[in-house]
Design a protein around this ligand. Structure first.
Ligand SMILES: [Zn+2]
Ligand SMILES: [Zn+2]
Length: 281
């Protein structure tokens, strides 16, 4: 599978001179499976340039859109995903059980007093809600996608993609903590991520920030690295960068990660997710 980041920011989009390296768009990940099918995870503001890219390919757009949860930063880009306005587009939507509600609410209501001048019903794309993942794994060609519950206010799903002996796990908006209120402990996530070739995980905070924002549903970089270590992953990417974090601060965090990894004698690559980064698995 080929993976590309279109949005790596948490909470709110932050354009500007301090976010040109790692990007200012909120969460959106594109995964092209080995069979050629395209899957998008989350419709943060990064889905807008992705939509333009897909239309520029000159083919009718057929995609799966999987939504981790419906906080604004993960659905806000959907009305600006240009393929939804084309009758030749086909979207298969799945994810956390409230995903359709979340995508709909970004549009106008039936009364014309909503959030956007267009109504969801007026979209021209052929949109199907699969409603599969809440019952178990979703199979797309030779790829199996399954989920784990997130430790996050109002809940959510992390996704694991497996095909031909390769595994990629994407878990954002997840607070790794021993006193898990949603019933998932760090050891559960380690089991879910075990042996993944690529782990992409939320690390919005520093340990100090995480202590002050306990219960906000995000991890610090020390806990996220511990997960990567315990799960014996092949490579680790941290994402959902805090909106206040400038490029140079994310670079400093990356160095901090690598210092810890060196002290622990860990040898897998560690990277900060940035817009445009492509991972080939
Ligand atoms: Zn988020
Ligand atoms: Zn969230």
């Amino acid at each position: 599978m080929n993976i590309r980041f279109w949005g790596t920011r948490g909470s709110i989009a932050v354009p500007g001179k301090d976010t040109t390296v790692f990007g200012g768009n909120t969460t959106c990940l594109e995964i092209v499976l080995s069979g050629g099918t395209r899957v998008i995870v989350d419709a943060g503001t990064g889905i807008r340039p992705l939509g333009e890219h897909l239309l520029s390919l000159g083919e009718s757009v057929q995609v799966y859109l999987l939504v981790t949860h419906i906080h604004w930063d993960h659905v806000l880009g959907f009305p600006f995903f240009a393929p939804v306005y084309s009758s030749s587009s086909r979207l298969y939507i799945d994810g956390f059980p409230t995903c359709m509600k979340g995508l709909r609410v970004t549009f106008d209501t039936r009364m014309g007093d909503g959030f956007f001048p267009v109504k969801f019903e007026d979209l021209r794309a052929d949109i199907h809600y699969l409603e599969r993942l809440k019952y178990g794994p979703l199979k797309i060609e030779d790829t199996t996608i399954d989920t784990i519950a997130l430790q996050h206010p109002q809940g959510g799903f992390g996704f694991r993609f497996r095909e031909a002996g390769k595994t990629m796990v994407f878990i954002t908006d997840n607070e790794l903590r021993d006193d898990a209120w949603a019933g998932r402990k760090p050891s559960d996530y380690a089991e879910f991520c075990m042996g993944a070739d690529i782990l992409i995980h939320d690390a919005q905070y520093t340990p100090d920030e995480r202590r002050k924002r306990a219960g906000w549903g995000h991890s610090d970089y020390v806990a996220a690295l511990e997960l990567a270590e315990q799960a014996k992953v092949g490579s680790f990417w941290f994402t959902h960068h805090d909106p206040s974090r400038k490029d140079k601060e994310i670079s400093a965090t990356l160095l901090a990660y690598r210092e810890i990894a060196k002290d622990k004698n860990l040898h897998f690559p560690i990277e900060a997710a940035f817009e445009g980064a492509e991972l080939i698995l």
